[in-house]
Design a protein around this ligand. Sequence first.
Ligand code: ATP
Length: 240
Amino acid sequence: MADAMLSLNNVESAYGPIKAIRGVSLSVMKGQIATVLGSNGAGKTTILKTISGIIDPRKGSIVFRGEDITALDPTYVVKRGLSHVPEGREVFPLLTVHDNLMMGAYTRRDRDAVARDLEAVYAYFPILKEREKQDAGLLSGGQQQMLAISRAILAGPELILLDEPSLGLSPKLTRDIFEIVVRINRERGTTILLVEQNANMALNAADHGYVLENGRIVMEDTCERLREKDDIKEFYLGMK
Ligand code: ATP
């Protein structure tokens, strides 16, 4: 596909004998927010870890910006413009907020652009500016999620992989964070692949969606159309 920034072709990944994803094919178009919906254990995190090189797939290929990145080292993948916001945030608790953000920029040499990105994330999340000298371990869960997203932006990415940003957050905080994620996409042009159990939030934020069940993609459509499907209403949106 001409405008696909990322494509997975028939990707299979496993943990020992346990196949977590079984022949997953999907595309993320440049400038879009794409989402993978699925319940607990469906394989969402495994898809993201396989894309960013944390897990080597058993089969299939991954193409990012025209280059085959299948099983490449994560450091290399980051340099090519892909940053991963992991499930559970994984901030460095004993480093300050500012130093966590600078860790995101460690592969960059363009100091002026890094300074501009730092100002941009402080504008999206002013609380991080207020707390920039505090240890990240002292932040609330929501603030740590903001920090993890901001750290990913400091890597200067074309594509952000976002693993379950709503995890453990109140509905209000989840809404606030999704609103900023959409602004980051619209204002900075950053392409986003979001995996979520919170189908309602994900379908409102994203353009295109995939539904993952037991490691397989079982449905794909625009989010507008997915929201109208009876199966999605019943099983993912809790509507009759
Ligand atoms: P969650 O929302 O709970 O993170 P998920 O959709 O992201 O779920 P994965 O974490 O990708 O799902 O897990 C997919 C499958 O692989 C599950 O059956 C899970 O038990 C298994 N799995 C995940 N990590 C490991 C691991 N390190 N070792 C063995 N099995 C694992």
